[in-house]
Design a protein around this ligand. Sequence first.
Ligand SMILES: Nc1ncnc2c1ncn2[C@@H]1O[C@H](COP(=O)(O)OP(=O)(O)OP(=O)(O)O)[C@@H](O)[C@H]1O
Ligand SMILES: [Zn+2]
Length: 749
Amino acid sequence: MAENSLPPHSRRMGAGHRLSVLVPRPFDGPLDYRSDRPLAPGTLVRVPLGRQELTGCVWDSQPSHLPVDFRPPSKGRVIAFEKLRFITGVLEHVPPLPEDLRRFIDWVAAYGLSAPGMVLAIALRAPAQAGNMKPAMGWVRKAGPLPDSLRLTPARKAVLAALESRSPSSTAMLSEESGASAAVIRGLANAGILEECLMEASSFTERADPDHAPPILSDEQAEAAEALVAGVEERAFNVTLLEGVTGSGKTEVYFEAVAACLKQGRQVLVLLPEIVLTAQWTDRFERRFGIRPAIWHSELGQKTRRETWCAIAEGRQQVVVGARSALFLPFAHLGLVVVDEEHENTYKQEEGVLYHGRDMAIVRARLVQGAVILASATPSMETLVNVQKGRFRHEVLEARHGTAQMPEISLIDMKENGPERGQFLSPLLCESIEERMKAGEQSMLFLNRRGYAPMTICRACGHRLQCPHCSAWMVEHRRRRILACHHCEYTQPLISSCSACGAQDSLVPIGPGVERIHEEAQARFPDARLLSMASDTLTSPTAMEEAVRKISNKEVDLIIGTQVVAKGWHFPDLTLVGVVDADLGLGGGDLRAAERTMQLLHQVAGRAGRGTKPGQVMLQSYAGDHPVMKALLANDFISFMEQEAAQRRPGFWPPYGRLAAVIVSAPKERQAEELARLLAMHAPRGEGIQVLGPAPAPLALLRDRYRFRLLLRTRRDIALQPLLRRWLDGAPRKNDARIDVDVDPVSFM
Ligand SMILES: Nc1ncnc2c1ncn2[C@@H]1O[C@H](COP(=O)(O)OP(=O)(O)OP(=O)(O)O)[C@@H](O)[C@H]1O
Ligand SMILES: [Zn+2]
């Protein structure tokens, strides 16, 4: 190959080539290595770093692909070629990271001011473990287009034809299907027509059938589906909000767009806000398309993870459903991304590399000229504003599917009609549950709080049990017989005497968690069959599947759960939803507290009456006059969001302005505070730019670190990233003090 035709990432100099390699470590950009042959960008390589050896990726950062506003700083010192270390190996059998994924990684890093290597680490979680993978003996696929010079005997033709319908294939299967001998297959491999590959017997991927079992859509559904299909058929970037009341069939409708994408031979990614929802979703997918899709989330085993990763890179796996990290999969030809329940906060990654799954889904799709569908009954303010501005399209489903009606919502004023002391379920709510049980219908009690009681207090001295590492109360988990901090991993066994005054049996639980509601329900309805659903008791998709099965088979009368029960479930016999504490989310008063409470309560209310029987929702509240309660009772989401918008617009609060949180933390309070004050002194200034704080974070102590927060707020037309870079690059890096940046913060803790 002529020297000047080599790409710049592998320039030839002296003996070998200079390679740019991004490694999964928090550097500003890729590092330079030396290789004795040029390697294409995307190739996964093993490289030495200090005394370690890591898997990295040959990189081709092109800052010109990023908007000027958030280009990362250009690279500093160039190391002399002779001093570069050699790469130690190439992961020959692992597909390279495609260009659009590399650009996506650059984008996520630049937008969130994260180290690109740490973003790459998310994408490498599966293949990095594949370093030692060897091709499976006897598994083959076509190596590429057939050379013109190839002599095609009938036997060879038969082998290639058999591979059309099933690839990769084992030699034995191929020989059986084509009638050709193993020698013919070996001959093709020796001629370079077939290649051995990584696949194992279990990983043969079936094709989804877009016409397997299409539903009969209502007129309203058909119209929306048609628009979504058109979006896919454009083969250009576009975003549509599919807004439909709970139970309107949003899933069935966007399945039509999935079918259209499959017909084009392109891949589909569907994001769900909770892993536990995948079980019911994959069942529905299977009924519609005849096969199960690939599933992607953090709890997959290594083997499945590797196989799925390769199948997606090779384009064999057509549909993936998963958590936000699925955005970092190496799709060969992605055509459609669906973000179901787009308003959900769980799409925000809050640890490590911070990113918002919904927003990054849109970036990912734009890089591949794909379509995006955002589905929700209660779209986020961000999305609604994008619709208003004409950036997103909008399809609406106003009616529930079939004969199902929207549930009737009522409020129980706890000031007037509350329960007796020490209890949490009002007489009105209990009566309704009893009625439903008599009628053979199911009820659900919702309380967004895990454990038995959120706080434990000593009756003798007033001491409250607190986490020694965080400014948070210890939460009693009676079933597990522990006290747990919900902000760190600290737990301790239940104690019987006060840790402050030593008084015996003086500790009393304050307030309810789901476990306590379960206990109360058990006492009130001794004959009822109860089922608890909380994220700490139903941890795996399989446990969830079992719970769902029980509910669907009517082996349960009363479901008691935290927010996992609120999400997209469909239980036709569930007719009553009781919200134990409707005011719970309104405290704390962060920017989106009201919006979020509204969305959550609307969502949980939407579980009632989805079948033929009408549904009823009862909200226990002390704040009946609150706009959220009024909006829920009037079923008027639109006016509520308009009021919210009117409150946020003047102060340039998101989505009318931009926000980034800067969190300063240190093991000593004074250290953190000093650095935070210093930052405030050097804060960016200018018209439309404002810095709020520093103030102690609501979680002032977390994992033994004291925390202070600053908030940078700008007008929408001012980009945050360059301001943040200039501001924070100048900050002193002192001892153990740390500065974390959260662009577009969702949590204000
Ligand atoms: N056209 C249709 N034909 C047959 N069944 C349908 C049709 N549309 C919807 N359904 C069924 O109605 C139920 C509700 O639909 P779906 O779960 O898609 O609603 P949704 O809009 O996603 O609700 P939510 O926002 O509450 O999750 C499902 O069981 C679904 O299979
Ligand atoms: Zn803690």
